[in-house]
Design a protein around this ligand. Structure first.
Ligand SMILES: [Zn+2]
Length: 428
């Protein structure tokens, strides 16, 4: 490895005081407000959600704050949803190198999300429980929104310009041909449920297991080609802000993205979430757990917004805010282009771990101890999978090109790629 490569792999350590000073100077003024509301109706009681509005990249420094919102829609029980809710955030954060700048942190986040999802899945499966869960996990830092998801709980973005966009991908076998191909290539069978008389009913499912989803956390009893590797999308909002609607499929089976966005426009986040759930219920009835988080990312220099959220004021100011924004766009043409424009920073949905972890994952190569890029466990390189382990990697496939993986995570990687049968195949 060249000196330049080594330098690139080891981010320089910046003194904490410098970092804090930099944060205060650069970000305090511009940071938007984040306001949120949640509503839910339970049918099976398998939906869980996480709201963490006050995380800090640098502990003790409020200027380094970021927020996390997530929805976990469990199936075959609730334990995977609860486990993911309790462990995923810390698993993601532990995969981000320490002492890096905000920009570097945001750049490291997509890869850390992949590591955190896979680690959480491995840890849950080690418990020997059989439930599974979708995860839609949203990190908001300033104007930058990063969404990681497995399964079919969507996150949509409604910008001030009225443009609604989907920030997630549905990992449903019925609707995702690419995922059907991947599952089949990895040894799974995709088909519908056979009822008496040979009629096929319901959505496409994966066998063994009969799951309709192609990605999830948990699901120990289903083939390991049902992977926990998330689709990740990172966008930067314009300084007009925007609204996120994060919800389980109980909402999306009833409402399109546009319908959900329109049903709550002009309402503050807490009333908005209630309205989305009400609208879904009105259109389809309560057929499934239905959970909705509405998160507003609002410019902090909006004079009409109160600094402390109070319900009545919130409603009024939200209406004023919308009206004001519209007037603003009409009168100020030179800033019109900034309204509703969203900058796409990153998007990747591959289910191949090597493609998601990259080749330049920071590693402690000089000490002779390697840190696993997924679970962050230190291990001597001889026991794990490294760049130089190709010739010993006898699966008849191309050599591993990703960062160091410990023995355990290496096994998981092989299983996800169909190189290790996890369950006997079902004979039709
Ligand atoms: Zn590991």
């Amino acid at each position: 490895m060249s000196q330049a490569e080594v330098l690139r792999m080891k981010p320089p350590l910046v003194p904490l005081a410098t970092l804090i000073g930099r944060e205060l100077r650069n970000e305090k003024v511009e940071k938007p407000f984040v306001k949120y509301g949640q509503a839910a109706l339970a049918k099976k009681g398998e939906d869980y959600f996480l709201v963490k509005p006050d995380c800090q990249r640098i502990p003790g420094n409020p200027a380094s704050s970021f927020s996390v919102f997530a929805i976990f829609d469990g199936h075959n029980g609730i334990s995977a949803a609860i486990f993911a809710k309790e462990n995923l955030l810390s698993n993601v954060l532990s995969a981000i190198p320490q002492g890096i700048s905000r920009g570097e942190w945001l750049q490291a986040l997509p890869r850390a999300l992949v590591a955190g999802f896979v680690k959480t899945d491995i840890e849950f499966q080690q418990r020997g429980e059989t439930s599974g869960t979708t995860v839609t996990f949203v990190v908001i830092d300033g104007w930058t929104v990063t969404v990681a998801s497995v399964g079919d709980s969507r996150c949509i973005l409604d910008t001030q310009g009225g443009i609604v966009s989907l920030l997630t991908v549905d990992h449903r076998l019925e609707e995702n041909a690419e995922e059907r191909e991947r599952v089949t290539a990895s040894g799974g069978e995709v088909g519908r449920l056979n009822v008496f008389g040979g009629n096929e009913v319901g959505p496409l499912r994966c066998w063994p297991g009969g799951l309709c989803l192609s990605r999830s956390i948990g699901d120990t009893d289903v083939g390991e080609f049902i992977v926990p590797i998330p689709h990740v999308k990172q966008v930067k909002l314009s300084n007009a802000g925007g609204r996120l609607i994060i919800a389980s499929d109980g909402i999306w089976d009833a409402l399109s993205s546009d319908m959900a966005a329109k049903s709550c426009r002009g309402l503050p986040a807490d009333l908005g979430a209630k309205m989305v759930v009400k609208e879904a219920l009105r259109s389809r009835g309560l057929k499934d757990d239905t959970t909705c988080l509405v998160v507003d990312i609002i410019p902090s220099d909006q004079p009409v917004l109160p600094s402390t959220p109070r319900k009545k004021q919130n409603m009024l100011s939200s209406i004023l805010f919308r009206k004001k924004s519209l007037n603003f766009t009409n009168k100020t043409t030179n800033r019109l282009s900034a309204i509703g424009v969203v900058e796409e920073l990153f998007e990747e949905g591959s289910a191949v771990l090597a493609e998601r972890l990259g080749k330049d994952f920071p590693t402690n190569a000089n000490s002779g101890i390697f840190r696993c890029a997924v679970c962050q466990v230190d291990q001597p390189p001889a026991e794990g999978l490294t760049l130089s382990s190709g010739p010993f990697f006898s699966h008849g496939s191309k050599r591993w090109e990703g960062p160091f993986l410990c023995t355990n995570c290496q096994k998981k990687k092989d299983a996800m790629e169909g190189k290790r049968p996890s369950r006997p195949a079902v004979v039709a």
